[in-house]
Structures are given as structure tokens and as C-alpha cells.
Design a protein around this ligand. Structure first.
Ligand code: HEC
Length: 100
């Protein structure tokens, strides 16, 4: 029984993770892709001074670092504090980490 309960909560956690990830992809498309491109290599952001989000410079950052950049902004990119919830920002940060 204990094993069953542990298995269930693990499945629930995995599902919650997957859902946050799917939401992250949608929020990315809605809020980030116009500058960074669907694949993180958008010409607009690069012209304004961003790396490709798939670049090792960005991929070398932790998810927490990316959360901070997206929340507070960096350089010409204004922060998303108040425009996206903390959970949404975590979701897009997780999504950024999958760009290659
Ligand atoms: C208005 C265009 C624009 C939008 C919209 C935008 N960004 Fe950016 N982003 C930039 C620019 C320009 C930079 C480079 C800032 C700098 O360092 O000078 C940047 C930098 C970044 C970086 C750090 C990259 C680096 O080179 O250090 C990350 C990560 C990032 N953006 C993620 C996001 C995410 C996630 C979203 C959506 C929630 C988003 N951005 C929305 C323009 C944009």
C-alpha cells in the first residue's frame, strides 16, 4: 500500500511537471518568440544584443538565473514581472533550457 501511494504521488508530480512545461511552451510562443524566435534564434533579439537562447552562454545558466533575467529584464529586454506569474516565468525558463 505504501509503495502504491508513493507511486501515485510520483505520477502526480510528473504530470504537474509536464503540464507546467506545456504551459511554458505556450507562454514562450506568446511572449518571447516575437523577439527570440520559436527556436530561440530570433533575428530581432540578436539585433538588439541577445545571444541565441540555444547558445552555450545561455544554456550554461541555471533555470534560476533565467528566471531572474526574465523577471527583472536584462539590457534592452524589459522584465516580465507582473506580466507573467512566477509559475509562468518558471515554465518559460524550463522551456528555454530545452532549446537547442
Ligand atoms: C522585445 C524583445 C524581447 C522579448 C519579447 C523577450 N526578449 Fe529576451 N532578450 C531580448 C534582448 C534584446 C536580450 C539581450 C539583453 C542584453 O543582455 O542586452 C534578451 C535576453 C534574454 C536572455 C539572456 C540571453 C543572453 O544573451 O544573456 C534570456 C534567457 C531571455 N532573453 C529570455 C526571454 C524569455 C523567456 C522571454 C519571454 C518571457 C523573452 N526573453 C522575451 C529581447 C527580448
Amino acid at each position: 500500500m505504501k509503495k502504491f501511494v508513493a507511486g501515485m504521488s510520483l505520477a502526480a508530480l510528473t504530470m504537474a511537471g509536464t503540464m507546467a512545461f506545456a504551459a511554458g511552451a505556450d507562454d514562450y510562443k506568446a511572449k518571447c518568440a516575437m523577439c527570440h524566435g520559436a527556436d530561440g534564434k530570433g533575428a530581432m533579439a540578436k539585433k538588439m544584443g541577445s545571444h541565441d537562447l540555444a547558445d552555450p552562454v545561455v544554456q550554461g545558466k541555471s533555470e534560476a538565473d533565467i528566471v531572474k533575467i526574465v523577471t527583472d529584464g536584462q539590457g534592452k529586454m524589459t522584465g516580465f514581472k507582473g506580466k507573467l506569474t512566477d509559475d509562468q516565468i518558471k515554465g518559460v525558463a524550463a522551456y528555454v533550457k530545452t532549446l537547442k
